[in-house]
Design a protein around this ligand. Structure first.
Ligand code: NAG
Ligand code: NAG
Ligand code: NAG
Ligand code: NAG
Length: 459
């Protein structure tokens, strides 16, 4: 315990002053979870708060139901998927036959970059390989099942990475699935109860090393443990290399999906469940990955308008997530032609409009001592301690023109309240504690969907 504390203090001291990097000279991570989990998360990740997830692959061709199309059709044999194929394709049609139709002829990575940047996001996470196994780059270990050999005949990962770096300050994140539903080597290992590891040694790990060395992502979003333990995937061995010796060892961030039972326990930041929204502060850094189409990550041609979350719902998710210490990773599913549909684009641009006004309550903030107001519904707090500012973001504009905040401890003549995007507002204390802020008439609302009161001189 004593030695551990000393080491920990030493590490903490060394970390200060490395501005955004987490690596401490001399720290060598060992291939075990105690050591891997001791690495401080690179600072940039907590500062940026908001990223865009992109689910794109051969599943974008049928674009029916879900990106799990192949599995639902031929693995689980879910009726609507079986019927869809029966009605629309010849009986001998295989999932692989969709790949040539993954054409990406309208894919313009510069245009995508402009849309992502306009959303106010500071990083993206692109699916380089989902559970179907098709790689969006010319992987050496995915023969004839990759975007360079089949379909677009382009290295989509390279094009996205280059355009992002040339045209924005967004950081590149890559998603990668450890397992593949139907890969024969994975199925062989699974039949051997993961006592053999043909699949990770010949497929998963070479791919992971290739992705890191070739594209130098600053975020690696691992997924799909296939119910196999992390020892089968050699996850700690890979992560020790990633943190000690890889070209991105100083800035790379990872998540927690590295083997059965590692989720929410080990790795970098926690994702826990898809659409994770605990509603209270989580001390370990976490991410809420969710999607604009509430029913699917991949593009769905059969999605009705009512399945798309409204911008008001999306802003509310961002506000609640950041208030509770998380980052929001908001997903869009491009079409097989490479288009981000106008409805996704509109939502992203609206998010950017909201952040343009209210971004100071999101970026570079920390959790405050209270997350949710104890009295007025739909009020969430964040803080910037360095500026001694507390932010109260409210999701409903009160019809009587006054907003009561119960938690801040205020002092007349000291506390100042600003409606962000508008200006200073009058306030009065309320009993037993807190304040009533007098808002301007609705015609003077700064923007839509949610608003921010900035408090200084309050604790
Ligand atoms: C696991 O990863 C480590 C570090 O990269 C490597 O030295 C080791 O050989 C790997 N083990 C297996 C079984 O692949
Ligand atoms: C957040 O802080 C970092 C590091 O100080 C800085 O580079 C960045 O510009 C800040 N971002 C915003 C949006 O204020
Ligand atoms: C929350 O409000 C209730 C009264 O509505 C009060 O009894 C309680 O002490 C408050 N809790 C905190 C933490 O302020
Ligand atoms: C005004 O409305 C809010 C909720 O919308 C309520 O909490 C408050 O008590 C109302 N009345 C006054 C005088 O503020």
């Amino acid at each position: 315990m004593g030695t551990f504390t000393v080491c920990f203090l030493l590490v903490s001291v060394l970390v200060i002053g490395t501005s955004g990097t987490s690596r401490t000279r001399g720290t060598k991570y060992e291939p075990n979870w105690d050591s891997i989990d001791s690495r401080p998360l690179p600072e940039w990740y907590d500062q940026v708060k908001f990223g865009i997830f992109i689910h794109w692959g051969v599943f974008s061709v049928p674009s029916f139901g879900s990106e799990w199309f192949w599995w639902y059709w031929q693995g689980k044999k879910v009726q609507p998927y079986v019927d869809f194929m029966k009605r629309n394709y010849p009986p001998e049609f295989k999932y692989q036959d969709f790949a040539p139709q993954f054409t990406a002829e309208f894919f313009d990575p510069k245009e995508w970059t402009d849309i992502f940047a306009a959303s106010g996001a500071k990083y993206i996470v692109l699916t380089t390989k989902h559970h179907e196994g098709f790689t969006l780059w010319g992987s050496k270990t995915s023969w004839n099942w990759n975007a360079v050999d089949v379909g677009p005949k382009r290295d989509l990962v390279e094009e996205m990475a280059s355009a992002l770096r040339a045209n924005s300050d967004l950081r590149l994140g890559l998603y990668h699935s450890l397992f593949e539903w139907f890969n024969p080597l994975y199925k062989l290992d699974a039949a051997n109860v993961f006592k053999t590891n043909y699949f990770p040694t010949s497929k998963t790990l070479p791919e992971l090393y290739e992705l890191i060395v070739k594209y130098k992502p600053e975020l690696l979003w691992s997924d799909g443990d296939g119910n196999a333990p992390d020892t089968y995937w050699n996850s700690t061995g890979f992560l020790a290399w990633l943190y000690n010796d890889s070209p991105v060892r100083d800035t790379v961030v990872t998540n927690d999906r590295w083997g059965y039972n590692t989720i929410c326990h080990h790795g970098g930041y926690y994702t826990c469940n898809d659409r994770y929204q605990p509603g209270h502060l989580i001390k370990h850094k976490w991410e809420n990955c969710m999607t604009i189409d509430s029913k699917s990550w991949g593009y769905r041609r059969n999605a009705p308008l009512s399945d798309y979350l409204t911008i008001k719902q999306l802003v509310a998710s961002l506000v609640e997530t950041v208030s509770c210490g998380g980052n929001l990773l908001l997903n869009v599913g491009p079409t097989h032609e490479g288009r981000i549909s106008p409805i996704f684009e509109e939502r992203l641009r609206q998010m950017g409009q909201w952040l343009k006004v209210n971004g100071e309550a999101i970026y570079n903030t920390t959790a405050w001592r209270v997350q949710k107001d104890n009295g007025t519904a739909n009020v969430w707090y964040t803080a910037r301690p360095q500026e001694k500012a507390v932010f109260a973001m409210f999701l409903e504009w009160p019809s009587n023109g006054s907003m009561i905040l119960h938690d801040p401890v205020v002092k007349q003549g000291v506390t100042q309240v600003v409606l962000v995007g508008h200006g200073a507002v009058q306030w009065e204390p309320v009993q037993p504690s807190g304040l009533r802020a007098l808002l301007p008439p609705p015609a003077f609302m700064p923007g839509q969907w949610a608003w921010t009161l900035r408090l200084t001189g309050a604790t």
